[in-house]
Design a protein around this ligand. Sequence first.
Ligand SMILES: Cc1ncc(COP(=O)(O)O)c(C=O)c1O
Length: 321
Amino acid sequence: MNVPRLHFANLLTSVETLPRLSEALGGPHLLIKRDDQTGLAFGGNKTRKLEFLAAEAREQGAKTLITGGALQSNHCRQTAAAAARFGFKCILVLTGDKSERASGNLLLDQLFGAEIVYVADRKDRDRILQEAFDRATKEGTKPYLVPYGGSNATGALGYAFAMKELIDQNVSADWIVFATSSGGTHAGLLLGQRIFGFNGKILGISVDEPEEWLKKEVSQLASATSEKIGERIEFTPADVLVNADYCDAGYGVVTEREREAIRLFARHEGLLLDPVYTGRAAAGMIDLIRKGFFKRDETVLFLHTGGLPALFADQYTHEFR
Ligand SMILES: Cc1ncc(COP(=O)(O)O)c(C=O)c1O
């Protein structure tokens, strides 16, 4: 494989058992893979993607990393950190209003020295991102566009190799459950499963997108990613397992389900989840356990994808007081 990669993630990430949570839920054997500890500004799933994305930017001679997301985007925080670490300028186009008091991820974006462009309405974000890109090109600060969520064929490679890592760790699980949104983590895992031979099922719990969209997006992305490391493998929407039953409240809206999941992980295992992604995915997993979706003798591995700085964002702290 001849794909550029910068090695800065703290790999491999540990796999731990969750005996007290498993007992409290009367559920299957539960494991957690700690991708909240991948390093790079509090860790998370973007670290693995950025190893490939930042390397590609550097190879193309880029001087600026530019990307966009929500005001509390983990992807943007980690992109800003990677930019600082490798000497790129960083421009972030964030949906939301500039506030007097930055907190959580936004506070960290500022610490990393990112230039922040605020967009009041999400529907204008693509256009404003393009304008920022064009401006940087004109000014000669050669921009490299990191896709939303780091989810393209380059970024998804990070999770194809995460799957190899898991197999090399001799972990056997019947299910991998995790938060899926822009689809890159999901696509990488799916491709890694096929290439490296993982026997379990991969179930993404949607944080915000409809099932049909994710199935299509993830299968297309997995197919495109396969070309980066070998011959094209054709995935179809039927290859992708998605549950979108837990995202009705909307992106980033904390409900009693997320609050309960976050408390259960905290009080039974001393583990932290984030309010937007892992909190929602864990809430889905817990509901599925209660409904008997997983068999009692099965092993379910929860992939912790990070996101923890959002716990300290002003918009979320009150949820847990
Ligand atoms: C903490 C966390 N978990 C999961 C996801 C979803 O990953 P993906 O965008 O690859 O579907 C994100 C995306 O931003 C995230 O920040």
